[in-house]
Design a protein around this ligand. Structure first.
Ligand code: KMH
Ligand code: ZN
Length: 277
């Protein structure tokens, strides 16, 4: 088994400070949270940003400021901006972070009901995101909210828009998407081609059991406030780092070493822009 890659999804687009007062939202708070998560064991920071009113934005300027602050604190961590943004955003809005020098970005490969909204990703959107990522040498993380999205990703690969080995993120437990059960995780992991890698983002109470499963199965793990605001039932997490640290402890007990960012780059086939500079 490869070493375990831990991704910290530190903010997301759905939660507010009224849900958890420790949710980081300003560029300075996001940089602090990213650094703490990195020091706790995360090698990838999945990043959403907020505007001055605390609302989700895909503003290139806000991403640039936030990424700059993160790089000052922990230059080695892999930063993975969201191209999903928030439900209802236009494709033009969502594309903005791809104009920055980033190593990875998310690529959702299909439309899914998302709570009371619809996370809209028709084929022409997905192809456009994939084309730009290919042109700019950005490694896509394929976000899978439903099993059919794997087939959509494979169609893009057949069209030459994605390169093997693909890296998938199984986002499980969104209301409207695939439920976060062990049986479903086994099915998703068996459905992707063998040479591909995967991580799992269990939503809410699914986060911890699916993280444990991924450690055992040879997958990778995503945790953080985007996916889950709680440490345990009725107890809010105090930081993203607290959630990352628990995965590191679990991995240690299960004898699965945790990857540093340079090792994560090797596992994912990312040519480090930093090492090239
Ligand atoms: N906020 C969700 C609607 C991504 O980051 O690429 C979409 C999302 C996926 O979070
Ligand atoms: Zn996200």
């Amino acid at each position: 088994m490869e070493k375990l890659i831990i991704t910290a999804a530190i903010c997301g687009a759905e939660a507010y400070k009224s849900d958890n007062p420790d949710l980081p939202i300003t560029p300075a708070e996001l940089a602090q949270a990213a650094d703490e998560a990195y020091r706790a064991g995360a090698s990838i920071i999945h990043l959403h940003v907020r505007d001055e009113n605390g609302e989700p934005t895909q503003s290139k300027a806000v991403f640039a400021e936030t990424i700059g602050l993160i790089k000052e604190k922990c230059p080695e961590v892999i930063i993975q901006p969201s191209t999903g943004g928030a439900v209802g955003m236009s494709v033009e809005e969502r594309l903005q972070p791809l104009e920055l020098e980033v190593e990875m970005a998310t690529l959702t490969c299909g439309t899914v009901n998302f709570g009371s909204g619809v996370f809209y990703n028709p084929p022409q959107y997905i192809e456009r995101f994939a084309e730009i990522m290919k042109e700019r040498g950005i490694k896509p993380e394929i976000e899978v909210f439903e099993v059919g999205m794997i087939q959509n990703a494979l169609r893009l690969w057949k069209k030459g828009l994605l390169e093997m080995p693909l890296h998938f993120d199984f986002v499980m437990g969104v209301p409207g998407g695939i439920p976060g059960t062990v049986k479903n995780l086994l099915h998703l992991a068996e459905t992707i081609p063998q040479q591909c890698s995967w991580t799992v983002a269990g939503i809410g109470r699914a986060e911890l059991p699916l993280a444990a499963m991924a450690i055992i199965m040879g997958g990778h793990v995503r945790v953080g406030f985007e996916d889950n605001l709680f440490y345990r039932y009725k107890q809010l997490a105090v930081s993203n780092a607290e959630l990352v640290a628990r995965v590191v402890r679990l991995a240690r007990e299960l004898e699965r070493p945790v990857a540093k960012p340079a090792e994560a780059r090797r596992i994912l086939g990312i040519a480090s822009k930093k090492e090239e500079n």
